[in-house]
Design a protein around this ligand. Structure first.
Ligand code: AQP
Length: 361
């Protein structure tokens, strides 16, 4: 597909990942997985289960291997083709961790300290947070750049980490510019108005659509998240039709009907969230949803949303169960993906060794 791309530009390549830290939810689906599936038709894509990242949340998991398989099963159940795309788990390709170490030496502590995810997850006792939690974005940059990926589909919450990925790439390109040129590894790219040479691309986030930040069903000001103690706050991809309908019925709303214009959603976080979810599931604009449901009560809108959610999500849940029942198949997909990803990562790291001056031969 990319054979015709000019040799002096980076080949367009998509990379993204999900942590095996618990049940996937509607936010993960709309913010990430639904886009992964759409992108496989237009791009070469690498989709990773980022198991090393999950150690920053909890070092000891009840069953990390099964959680890793469950995320891979969700990828497949959503419609990702394991032959067309590369699907694997991060720890199979040690070059991610190796490049992360080099990036730890490129990035500044101040950059990491400014990350809102680190501040949220570390809480008040920052001195006691793990070094891994602080360095999380450095590993994320390595995940992406070890393939020199150009595009990353993610939810809005990952925007800051992707900006940091660009900062790391840019600093590496600048710090090593002479070595990159001497090795002949530079690739021409546009930075602002200028055309410059660099080894790593300045990756673009793909944060588009009606539900880039799906909010909790219990509190429209909080992100829908795996770690929310209330199961009613999220729709899990494994929920059955009854659970989906019950959670939408119980979703917090306000007493007003839906507004006739999109602007009327301002200041109504819960209503805005449900309209965004409907639009993203139906793959239509939020304007169109308002045109259809404006002026109607939530007692009308919620059943329509529940019906749509069940129609879209129930087949994924049953496919996930079917695939997860055959762990050896899932393992074979991850093994094959790991071999293909490893070959690409090794190519990049050979060049990184030359650029940095690490004696490897
Ligand atoms: N609420 C959300 N709305 C839109 N996108 C979301 N994503 C996560 N939550 C939402 C996107 O899902 C992808 C995978 O996320 P992750 O597994 O790497 O971890 P996360 O962002 O930490 O997910 P959670 O649910 O919020 O986990 P906890 O509770 O452990 O922090 C990413 O592309 C993310 O943007």
């Amino acid at each position: 597909m990319n054979d015709a791309a000019p040799t002096n530009e980076f080949r367009q390549l998509v990379f993204s990942g999900v942590q095996p830290t618990g049940n996937l939810h509607l936010g993960n689906y709309l913010g990430a997985l639904q886009k992964f599936v759409a992108l496989q038709d237009t791009h070469d894509c690498i989709y990773c289960v980022v198991d090393l990242h999950s150690l920053t949340a909890t070092l000891m998991h009840d069953d990390l291997m099964d959680q890793t398989r469950a995320i891979a099963a969700a990828y497949l159940a959503c419609g990702l083709d394991p032959k067309k795309n590369i699907i694997f788990n991060q720890s199979r390709v040690p070059q991610h961790a190796e490049l992360a170490w080099i990036f730890n030496c490129v990035a500044r502590i101040g950059w990491m300290n400014r990350m809102t995810q680190f501040k949220d997850k570390a809480g008040k006792d920052r001195e006691n947070a793990s070094l891994g939690l602080l360095a999380y974005p450095s590993l994320m940059a390595a995940d992406i750049l070890v393939y020199r990926a150009t595009h990353v589909p993610v939810g809005e919450d990952q925007k800051q980490h992707l900006e940091l990925t660009r900062d790391i790439a840019q600093k590496f390109n600048n710090d090593f510019s002479e070595r990159i040129a001497a090795c002949g590894y530079g690739v021409e790219m546009e930075v602002g108005e200028e055309r410059v040479n660099g080894f790593f691309p300045l990756t673009e986030p793909l944060i588009e659509g009606s539900a880039t930040r799906v909010m909790s069903l219990r509190d429209g000001t909080k992100k829908m998240s795996k770690s929310d103690p209330s199961d009613l706050s999220r729709i899990n991809l494994t929920d059955d039709a009854d659970a989906i309908a019950r959670k939408i019925r119980k979703a917090k709303t306000d007493p007003e009907p839906l507004p006739g214009e999109l602007e009327g959603l301002t200041g109504r976080a819960e209503a805005e969230n449900l309209v965004g979810i409907y639009a993203a599931l139906a793959e239509m604009s939020r304007e169109k949803v308002i045109a259809e449901f404006g002026g109607r009560q939530f007692s009308d809108f919620k059943p329509a949303l529940a019906e749509l959610a069940v129609e879209k999500l129930a087949p994924i849940a049953s496919e996930m169960r079917r695939i997860a029942a055959d762990p050896s198949y899932v393992d074979s997909v991850l093994r094959d993906g790991g071999e293909r990803a490893g070959a690409l990562a090794e190519e990049t790291m050979k060049k990184v060794h030359d650029i940095v001056g690490l004696l490897a031969n």
